[in-house]
Ligand binder design. Structure first.
Ligand SMILES: *Cc1c(COP(=O)(O)O)cnc(C)c1O
Length: 641
């Protein structure tokens, strides 16, 4: 249309900030489609996400889907480990790095397998925080050099399993979260005659910044106070197990937004480590927990969904911070452990969903031409439309229009005006608002209440997905996730929209978008042509979102498509695996229904209708099959293609 010629990919990049949050993996290609560079070591490999969508459709896989880029997982594992290795070398640090991936961040088997595989050259290990996770890491972390770290509250079974792992030769470290776990561990270890490796989790005085700052401080749920740590160490010594105390653990929260919190925590942790050393407890490891953030909104700030540092600075603060304290205190440099989950997995998956409809409060219009004997309220509203043309005081017009509309509603309730007159007044009202919105864009000053016009006039687009399943944190904790169109970004976007999902919950919506100027309540997208399939991508969903989804409205897990990049392929990728999402049968069974008896019950009803002559037998068979097919089908909306 009019301005397309002056719109460039650079403008689109500025608006959507794909590179700001893309971590080097995502950008807008010259053709206006979103492109993925999943392998940091091979920049020539570029996947056009439109090609992926086309192939998924050819294979008959239904949207919405989760796309997983396994190469991104591998790249992130390598990035974290290489950064530690390089920094340790640069700092002349005497210890090494043994990272672990905390499986709670994304427990999908394929994710864990890929991370373990990519981590092999670095002896990268796993972390578990529950019995089910422990059973998983026991089976998957088979590298005798890699660490397995056990956090979370533990029962006897949990501790027995950890001792079994010791017997099998694993470097498994039980991190004590509360004192009573230690006495249980000592008892079981003696009973089974297996020596454990023990870590103590310290309750830190420093608090993380951001949404998870409650993980630190006196009221933290996990960890031992300094007094408890000293008593625990002394108890171990008295039981002849002082040498089993190997690791000091702390974790001050996830998504640390401010690097100062990291510096303070390292300093505090290093001091405790050094003091323990002076007391005769010569630990091998200091585990700094998780917290390495993701810049979801691309602002490089201390916003809740951002971070004011990068991975290099994070690692440097750990390595140099630890070295400084250790050198000062004349104690050896410990092996460094970190438990980054979010930073490893967030980039690797995204959700692709189709826009399937539009909800507009002001879409249908009445004929408002003048008729005889019009009510004064209608006349007044029409008079305002004429004032706009004369560009009179915009704020006054805005206020008057709102007032007339309110009066009209009261007048209707009092039967002073007819329903048709009310509809005409509403039509005129929305026409006025639309004109004001246009004029506002060039106005020097826009009053506060008028700034909401963009949102009020925006369309709500119905998107075929469930917020509760695919983006739980956007609902639960106001997490911001980047959402962008996947195609046509070489055209100037002309429509402002917010998104609603297909659950029948009013909270099932997204009205926070990452844009150039910060967080916006509307997302600019293209005008969708008749019959056009228009997809949106929700990015950075690989950490927590992927696995936290619930079954609200019985929308189950999404179909998943696993992408591998491949240089010899003309499109640089192939679909390695498709994991089918939940069928209606699946979600009903979880809720204790018996889909097959439900099908029988419906068949019985249909049969009795056939017997009564209400339905032809042929028709009845078709309806029976249809019901059964729906049970087997996907829980999300089926779109025509
Ligand atoms: C959740 C958690 C992590 C992972 O934190 P991220 O911020 O996702 O890296 C690490 N350690 C512990 C103890 C945790 O509870």
């Amino acid at each position: 249309m009019s301005n397309s010629d002056t719109w460039s990919i650079d403008d689109a990049e500025k608006l959507y900030g794909v590179k700001r949050w893309g971590g080097g993996y995502f950008e807008i290609g010259p053709n206006g489609n979103l492109h993925v560079t999943p392998d940091v070591n091979n920049e020539k490999m570029r996947i056009d996400i439109k090609d992926v969508i086309d192939e998924i459709q050819q294979e008959g896989i239904q949207f919405p889907i989760v796309l997983r880029f396994h190469d991104i997982l591998r790249s992130q594992v390598a990035l974290l480990n290489e950064t530690f290795i390089k920094t340790i070398k640069d700092a002349d640090y005497q210890g090494s790095y043994r990272g672990v991936y905390p499986v709670k961040v994304n427990q999908m088997r394929e994710v864990v397998e890929e991370i373990v595989d990519a981590g092999q050259p670095y002896n990268y290990g796993l972390e578990a925080g529950s019995k089910a996770e422990l059973l998983t890491v026991l089976a998957y972390n088979t590298d005798p050099e890699a660490l397995t770290i056990l956090n979370g509250y533990k029962d006897e079974e949990f501790i027995r399993l950890s001792l079994l792992a010791r017997k099998l030769g694993r470097k498994i470290i039980v991190v004590i979260e509360k004192f009573s776990e230690l006495t249980m561990l000592i008892r079981l270890s003696k009973e089974l005659d297996i020596e454990p490796l023990i870590g103590l989790r310290s309750k830190m005085t420093v608090k993380g910044r951001g949404k998870w700052e409650g993980s630190g401080g006196d009221k933290a749920k996990f960890g031992l106070t300094i007094t408890e740590i000293i008593n625990a160490a002394r108890l171990l010594e008295a039981e002849g197990m002082g040498h089993c105390f190997k690791l000091l653990h702390f974790h001050i929260g996830s998504q640390l937004t401010d690097i100062r919190a990291v510096k303070e925590a390292i300093n505090e942790g290093a001091m405790i480590y050094a003091e323990l050393h002076h007391l005769g407890f010569k630990l091998d490891y200091v585990d700094v927990g998780g917290g390495l953030g993701i810049d979801y909104d691309g602002s490089k700030s201390t916003n809740d969904s951002s971070m004011n540092y990068n991975i290099q600075e994070y690692v440097a603060d750990i390595v140099f911070g630890m070295k400084e304290v250790c050198d000062l205190e004349k104690v050896p440099h410990p092996t460094l452990v970190s438990e980054s989950g979010r930073a490893i997995t967030a980039h690797h998956s995204c959700v692709i969903a189709e826009i399937v409809g539009e909800i507009r409060s002001n879409s249908s219009q009445m004929d408002t031409s003048v008729v005889d004997d019009e009510h004064i309220l209608l006349k007044n509203m029409r008079y305002l439309t004429e004032s706009i043309e004369k560009q009179e005081n915009l704020q006054e017009i805005f206020n008057d229009a709102a007032q007339y509309k309110e009066q009209a509603i009261s007048a209707f309730k009092l039967r002073v005006i007819s329903l048709e007159e009310l509809a005409k007044i509403e039509t005129l009202y929305w026409q006025i608002m639309e004109s004001l919105q246009v004029l506002m864009q060039t106005a020097e000053f826009v009053p506060e209440d008028m700034r909401e016009l963009d949102y009020d006039l925006s369309s709500q687009y119905l998107c075929n997905f469930s917020v509760f399943q695919s983006a739980a944190d956007t609902w639960a904790i106001d997490q911001v996730l980047p959402i962008v169109p996947l195609t046509r970004m070489n055209e100037r976007p002309t429509v402002n929209c917010s998104l609603v999902d297909i659950t029948c919950d009013s909270d099932g919506k997204i009205d926070q978008f990452v844009l150039e100027k910060g967080i916006s309540d509307v997302l600019p997208i293209n005008k969708i042509n008749k019959g056009e399939e228009y997809f949106l991508g929700m990015f950075l969903t690989g950490a927590y979102q992927d696995v936290m989804g619930d079954m609200h409205n019985l929308f189950g897990r999404l179909n998943e498509v696993h992408i591998f990049s491949h240089d010899d392929d003309p499109l640089d990728f192939y679909i390695e695996e498709v994991v089918t999402g939940s069928s209606v049968n699946d979600v009903l069974s979880i809720m204790q229904y018996h889909p097959s008896s439900m099908a029988q019950a419906v068949k019985k009803l249909i049969d009795s209708n056939i017997a009564k002559g209400n339905m032809k037998p042929r028709e009845g068979v078709k309806w029976t099959d249809f019901y059964e097919d729906c049970l087997k089908g996907y829980t999300y909306l089926k779109t025509s293609k």
